[in-house]
Ligand binder design. Structure first.
Ligand SMILES: NC(=O)c1ccc[n+]([C@@H]2O[C@H](COP(=O)([O-])OP(=O)(O)OC[C@H]3O[C@@H](n4cnc5c(N)ncnc54)[C@H](O)[C@@H]3O)[C@@H](O)[C@H]2O)c1
Length: 418
């Protein structure tokens, strides 16, 4: 990376993912990447912020300033960029004033809890000229980079169909209670944006969608001391009422004419079904579950290609930059502990953001990319309400928003006058 200065970054939100981001800054430093310093951490939970500051000191050698409020952090002018890792329902509340103050923002996915929230962020960035990036880690994984190269090579021929399935789970809270609260960003949105981003990454823009978003498991069992981010109603002791969708069954059509069948159903203690496959006129490709390092397998009639043979077929495919630093230039298959893979994929997205700051270029996933991923998920519930296919463009520009409107009203983005 051509570093011209050390951008002062502030981490806002020191929960589970905030701490994972910090380990990724440490991982970046360990492969010699520079161009940044962690100047501040911020969380109203003082203990979490202090813990994060300790970790920064341990990993990067200097202790950042600690803030309890994002407003104070923005006003302090201590940072030039914010790494925003709070629950999604408040991303816009923090990002919009930061961007208006000329502070660059990398926001965790989902960019916002609704399309309207995302639009506020995208518009604020456009007005001030500050960079808005969306943190999307799945696409940075070596196998997904290889899958994209396979598609770009054309060896599969025209792609007719992609199947994305993640089915099976239990009735436990998925990571944190806010992921089951409609106005806080449900797990269907939280996970769904990873998939809609992957669809756009592999197959280009989504054009239309129809499907059903629903709550498959209405009572979620709370475990231990979870960060909530919202009030929960208990159906029974230790069991919270889920108000946000946890499941998606949808059909998408891309601008290029490919169909994508998505099933996300993270409950039901039966067999776990995981599949990402693409089916073209000349053959098929299966892509392993994200961050497991399995093989991408291409089947062209009798020919079955993977590993070195597949890379050779693509003209000696290699990973580059920090991706190669973490996984090796041929590291599209790996056996690494999850913590290491997780830190690496997040570090790659952080490095892209830092590169964008230093080079004054757009990040790989910008604000609009994050907005479109959110629109792709909300399109499913909006289509159900309207009883047919919806155009993603109509969701993205706010023409269709009736399902999201009550959420926008609840979080103050939609008043009677607007
Ligand atoms: N890409 C991935 O693989 C991945 C994985 C997990 C989470 N995430 C994303 O990261 C984000 C955070 O998720 P999490 O699991 O860490 O949530 P979390 O609930 O564990 O942490 C959120 C933190 O934000 C803090 N916070 C709340 N209000 C704040 C404010 N006004 N200012 C500063 N801090 C505030 C909370 O106190 C908490 O510590 C979400 O957008 C989530 O979707 C992404």
């Amino acid at each position: 990376m051509a570093a011209v200065s050390d951008f002062a970054i502030g981490l806002v939100g020191c929960g589970g993912m905030g701490h994972r981001h910090l380990r990724s800054y440490g991982a970046l430093r360990s492969v010699g990447a520079n161009g940044f310093k962690l100047a501040a951490v911020c969380d109203p939970r003082r203990e979490a912020a202090e813990h994060a500051a300790d970790l920064v000191e341990e990993l990067l050698g200097s202790r950042p300033a600690v803030f309890a409020s994002a407003e104070e952090l923005i006003a302090s002018r201590v940072v030039e960029a914010i790494d925003l890792v709070t629950e999604p329902s408040i991303h816009h509340q923090i990002a919009v004033p930061a961007l208006a103050a000329g502070i660059h923002v990398l926001s965790e996915k989902p960019l916002g809890v609704t399309v309207r929230a995302c639009r506020e962020m995208v518009d604020a960035a456009a007005s001030s000229g500050a960079i808005l990036a969306t943190a999307e880690n799945y696409r940075r994984d070596g196998p997904n980079r290889l899958a994209r190269a396979v598609i770009d090579s054309g060896i599969l021929g025209d792609i007719h169909l992609m199947i994305e399935s993640n089915i099976g789970g239990d009735n436990g809270v998925l990571i944190s209670p806010w992921r089951h609260l409609r106005e806080k960003g449900s797990i269907a949105l939280d996970m769904g944006v990873h998939y809609t981003d992957i669809f756009a990454y592999l197959l280009g823009d989504l054009e239309r969608a129809c499907g059903v978003a629903f709550i498959a498991e209405p009572g979620r069992v709370l475990a231990g001391a979870m960060v909530s981010g919202g009030e929960v109603e208990e159906l029974a002791p230790g069991v919270m009422r889920a108000t946000g969708d946890d499941s998606l069954v949808a059909l998408y059509e891309t601008a290029g004419g490919a169909l994508i069948q998505l099933t996300y159903l993270p409950s039901g203690p039966g067999r776990k079904w995981i599949q990402r496959s693409l089916h073209g006129r000349n053959g098929s490709m299966s892509v392993p579950f994200d961050r497991t390092g399995g093989a991408v397998v291409v089947e062209l009639g009798e020919r079955k290609l993977s590993g070195a043979e597949l890379r050779a077929e693509l003209g000696d495919f290699r990973l580059h930059g920090v991706t190669a630093d973490f996984f090796g230039p041929e590291g599209t298959e790996y056996e690494l502990p999850f913590a290491e893979v997780d830190a690496a994929t997040i570090a790659i997205e952080l490095d892209d953001f830092i590169g964008a700051l230093n080079e004054g270029r757009a990040p790989e996933v910008d604000g609009l990319g994050g907005l479109l991923a959110v629109a792709g998920v909300w399109a499913v519930a909006e289509s159900r309400a309207l009883g047919g296919f919806v155009q993603i463009a109509d969701i993205a520009d706010g023409t269709i928003s009736s399902v999201q409107d009550p959420i926008d009203a609840a979080i103050g983005l939609l008043t009677k006058a607007s």
